[in-house]
Write a protein that binds this ligand. Structure first.
Ligand SMILES: Cc1cc2nc3c(=O)[nH]c(=O)nc-3n(C[C@H](O)[C@H](O)[C@H](O)COP(=O)(O)OP(=O)(O)OC[C@H]3O[C@@H](n4cnc5c(N)ncnc54)[C@H](O)[C@@H]3O)c2cc1C
Length: 408
């Protein structure tokens, strides 16, 4: 442990230095707590590739002190299209949200490493304690003892489980997560910009049961592209031996510009495979002196494109709910946890379940249903209505309620 303050009643231990853990740390520090983030890896390291972050997430990052100005990310209008390029839905912007948050548009493409580094830079030295694998905890009347695989236990007042999809903290608090493969895998890739493509728009593009998509992103102010493929997979499915040949073939079934991305991508360093696991939704994310954030309680399928964003929001909402209260006051902590759950659990569960449902509809519909689905999506505005109702509507309400983050 470092020499930084560790005062009884203010001690917050966080398991995991991913986006959720770092966000929780930043807000808890703002609220005047003494914070340690225990990370099992020798240094915090983001997953590879790029992410789409939405404007409420940018507003949270700005509140922490991250410069979310024009060089942070690439503003992106997101369209759903079929594989021939026909537009099926546009994700509309909400002008009220834009002006309240003072952020144009809704989605921004950013290289994950850049966003993550900018958050890490805001943490004072010594907050992150690397090489500490949390194995569990003991909730005692005096506080909480955090137990490690490879170091002596640490006494704290609160433990935040931000240790990802295979969270030890969440498993002890809420039992076996019952992880299941959702039947999908994602190949996530990125490449530098080569000029000539419209950089205002990203597209989520579907063939009968494969998705190939792209969006513009910025990396340290430099333009680039993220592209990805979503395809069927399974617990025992083998990955193709020649990944490059496999992905080129997939892209060849889609309209321009998708096939062109293969020509600019280094398949040995710029492509990541992601098998998608989910868990049944939990109705509670806190117990005693323990609260969880991010994938530890709600791993997300790619359709919401929002797992990193939701983990960042969770950390903010949890810190805001605690509001600087005395952590040795169990009644105050319970009240804060109840507020956190009220504000987050059903909102997030809805997004996770909607993402899973869309994934099923697009990739696992039997042939006649898939044909009918494509006819309806190609010729009506049903898809746009679905997304507006089930993805955007409550995110907009949440954004309008985050008054302390508003600029107007
Ligand atoms: C390929 C890919 C693409 C994605 N695309 C997007 C996207 O476009 N937009 C989006 O918003 N989200 C996206 N996501 C989802 C997003 O990355 C996750 O939802 C997000 O990283 C969750 O953050 P987290 O902090 O909860 O967990 P994690 O990022 O998993 O971080 C957990 C941390 O805890 C550490 N840890 C684990 N166990 C222990 C332990 N026992 N003790 C101490 N430390 C431990 C880990 O080393 C890690 O640092 C994507 C994910 C993947 C894999």
């Amino acid at each position: 442990m470092t020499e930084m303050a560790w005062r009884p009643g203010r001690r917050v231990a966080i398991a995991g230095a991913g986006p959720g853990g770092i966000s929780a740390a930043l807000e808890m520090l703002r609220q005047g707590y003494d914070v340690r983030v225990f990370e099992k890896a020798p240094e915090p390291k983001p997953l590879g590739g790029a992410v789409l972050l939405s404007s409420p997430v940018l507003a949270v990052l700005r509140h922490y002190g991250v410069d979310v100005g024009p060089s942070f990310g690439s503003k992106t209008l997101v369209e759903f299209r079929n594989n021939k390029g026909k537009v099926r839905a546009r994700l509309p912007f909400n002008e009220k949200v834009e002006s309240a948050l003072g952020i144009d548009g809704w989605h921004y493409g950013v290289l994950r490493a850049t966003a993550f580094r900018k958050m890490l830079e805001l943490l004072p030295d010594g907050v992150i304690v690397p090489d500490r694998a949390v194995s569990g905890y003991e909730d005692t009347s005096a506080g909480i003892r955090v137990v490690f695989e490879n170091a002596a236990p640490v006494e704290a007042d609160l433990l935040i489980g931000a240790d990802g999809i295979r969270s030890k903290v969440s498993a002890q608090a809420f039992g076996d997560p019952g992880l299941f493969h959702v039947g999908l895998r994602v190949w996530l890739a990125w490449c530098e910009d080569w000029g000539g493509l419209d950089r205002s728009t990203g597209a989520i593009t579907h063939a009968r049961d494969v998705q190939a998509s792209y969006f513009p992103m910025l990396h340290e102010g430099k333009p680039g592209w993220e592209w990805w493929i979503v395809e069927k997979s399974g617990e025992t499915a083998e990955a193709p031996e020649d990944v490059e040949a496999h992905l080129r073939k997939r892209l060849s079934h889609f309209a321009a510009p998708l096939p062109a991305f293969a020509e600019r991508t280094d398949f040995s360093t710029q492509v990541f495979r992601w098998e998608i696991y989910n868990r049944p939704s939990l109705t509670s994310w806190t117990t005693g002196r323990v609260a969880c954030v991010g994938d530890a309680v709600h791993p997300v399928s790619p359709y919401a494109a929002y797992g990193m964003g939701m983990a960042i929001e969770d950390g903010y909402f949890l810190g805001r709910a605690l509001g600087g209260c005395d952590l040795s006051d169990r009644a105050a902590v319970s009240k804060a946890f109840a507020r956190y759950e009220r504000e987050r659990v059903s909102y997030v569960n809805h997004h996770v379940e909607f993402a899973r449902k869309l994934g099923q509809q697009f990739h696992h519909a039997a042939a006649p249903v898939g044909i009918l689905r494509d006819m309806v999506f190609d010729n009506t505005r049903v898809l746009e209505k679905l997304i507006t109702k089930d993805y955007l509507a409550d995110a907009e309400v949440m954004s309008l309620n985050l008054k302390e983050l508003h600029v107007t």
